[in-house]
Design a protein around this ligand. Structure first.
Ligand SMILES: [Fe+2]
Ligand SMILES: [Fe+2]
Length: 185
């Protein structure tokens, strides 16, 4: 396991070898970019302000930053995770939150870092922007190939999200309207 950074921001060190960094970051950036674009599209469809569209985009882009602090061999394991490993993976929201909060502790980024912190907290207490990124994240994840499964079609992903995630109906409607514009198998 390669440790290339100290605990400068009071979170775990980075777990990655420099030689593995590029491929690992490509996968993270692809997923983060897909999440961000989908979140921004949903926000635009819902008539959110330009600032909110930008915030949902940035939240999507940065939401998994804390995964840099999780051993990528666990994240990419082609087998069921142990309970301890699952607990480690679940820490990425908090790691990302602490990392960015400590670096960019400015008012304009407070909503964005809250999106990162709450992007797996699927409950009604969440703000609109938090829910938009949650849905965009799950949609992006389901429609991307993983080492342990093939990608779902956009139609299948939409069905899964409708069944499994309870968020404001308007967000699901916005995602549906977005999907109707996609060419899909
Ligand atoms: Fe996540
Ligand atoms: Fe994610």
């Amino acid at each position: 396991m390669g440790v290339i950074s100290s605990t400068a921001y009071n979170v775990s060190p980075l777990f990655i070898q420099p030689s593995e960094m590029r491929e690992w970051l490509m996968d993270l950036v692809t997923h983060s970019f897909n999440t961000a674009i989908t979140a921004a599209d949903i926000s635009a469809i819902l008539g959110k302000s330009e600032h909110d569209i930008l915030k949902s985009f940035l939240g999507g882009l940065l939401h998994d930053t804390g995964k840099l602090n999780i051993d990528h061999k666990i994240l990419n394991a082609n087998r069921p995770l142990t309970i301890k490993e699952k607990q480690q993976v679940s820490m990425h929201s908090t790691f990302g939150y602490l990392f960015l909060e400590n670096i960019y502790n400015k008012d304009c980024l407070k909503d964005v870092i809250k999106i990162i912190k709450h992007h797996h907290d699927y409950d009604k207490e969440c703000t609109d922007l938090e829910m938009i990124v949650q849905v965009a994240d799950v949609f992006a994840a389901l429609t991307e190939t993983r080492p342990y499964r093939e990608r779902f079609s956009k139609k299948e992903a939409l069905c899964i999200i409708e069944k499994e995630i309870s968020v404001d109906d308007s967000i699901i409607k916005a995602l549906k309207s977005l999907c109707s514009g996609y060419h899909d198998e």
